[in-house]
Design a protein. Structure first.
Length: 312
């Protein structure tokens, strides 16, 4: 698909470090992101926006647990569906306002998206996907003991719950998304990596997991023939030796260099590792370029003046 971009917005870029994650805070963060997305849309690109949901799906689970004595519990796949609506609305609303402000007359649509996974994926036996807020070591240990959670230390920022994160295999609403793009609509899709579903006895059923949004976004981009995959996250560039005295930013690297840094263990499991994996998947399946940056640098990164670019 010529002149096409997929922008994957991180769930943690919607709730910034140090914030409580209130709706007011998220709306302001989304408003800022929407302004930069409008700048991309104004250039006429076929445009898809995807998003993470780590903090938000964790909050949904906490609400479910807190209210379990008074209402029905919510399984994880339903929580993912709820955050698709929550974040999709926030993005669609802010993006529409930004589009009107800049004289962009393009419709925006949020597609509730189901993503197929393998029920025998080994990820179900080894949870790795961080969700929810950061905890102190003491609080995390208590939740591990009392609630049976799997807990990991996440990129030196604290401790978080982790859940199964199976690989995405297919996208149920692919043709719907393609049709919207062909009508010049801007599409918000694959929210939170998509609602995880499996095929079982000729039925499509939800399953409790959280699919990595960058891997699902890379799959969607590759299936649609998108040229440029942009991963919007908390940092302006990718670094090696991250948070060490010899930290070094990466501006322009090849897929071969990315593979080398990956093999050297430069990227942590709950942070940059899945983004680099997604970038390599996208390029290996026909993509042209991947850019990794933060929302504030989206436009200048598009001009080649910021961010980390990975090419074949």
């Amino acid at each position: 698909m010529k002149n096409s971009i997929l922008v994957a917005v991180g769930g943690n870029s919607l709730i910034r470090a140090g914030q409580r994650g209130t709706i007011a805070e998220q709306r302001e963060n989304v408003r800022i992101t929407a302004e930069f997305i409008a700048g991309i849309a104004a250039r006429g690109f076929a445009l898809i926006v995807t998003h993470g949901n780590g903090p938000q799906v964790g909050a949904q689970l906490l609400r479910s647990e807190a209210g379990s004595s008074q209402t029905y519990a919510l399984p994880l796949d339903i929580c993912v569906a709820m955050t698709q609506g929550e974040i999709g609305f926030a993005l669609q609303n802010s993006m529409q306002s930004a589009f009107w402000k800049h004289g962009i007359h393009r419709a925006i649509v949020t597609v509730l998206t189901q993503v197929v996974v393998d029920k025998n994926d080994p990820a179900f036996q080894r949870p790795t996907k961080p969700i929810g807020p950061f905890y102190s070591k003491e609080t995390a240990e208590r939740k591990r003991k009392d609630l049976g959670w799997s807990i990991i230390e996440d990129a030196a920022r604290g401790y978080r719950r982790v859940v199964a994160s199976p690989l995405p295999k297919d996208i149920i609403e692919l043709e719907v998304i393609k049709g919207c793009l062909e009508r010049d609509n801007v599409v918000i899709a694959v929210g939170g990596g998509g609602i995880p579903v499996i095929y079982e006895d000729d039925d499509l059923k939800g399953i409790e997991a959280v699919i990595d949004k960058d891997r699902a976004s890379a799959l969607l981009a590759a299936k649609l023939g998108i040229e440029h995959f942009i991963i919007s996250t908390e940092v302006p560039e990718v670094y090696i030796n991250y948070k060490r005295p010899d930290q070094q930013q990466l501006r322009n690297i090849t897929m071969a260099e990315a593979k080398k840094y990956f093999a050297d263990g430069q990227f942590s499991e709950g942070s940059m590792k899945p983004k680099i994996e997604a970038a390599m998947d996208f390029l290996a399946n026909g993509g042209t370029m991947v850019t990794i940056t933060d929302p504030e640098h989206l436009i200048i990164a598009l001009n080649g003046e910021a961010g980390t670019k990975i090419t074949k």
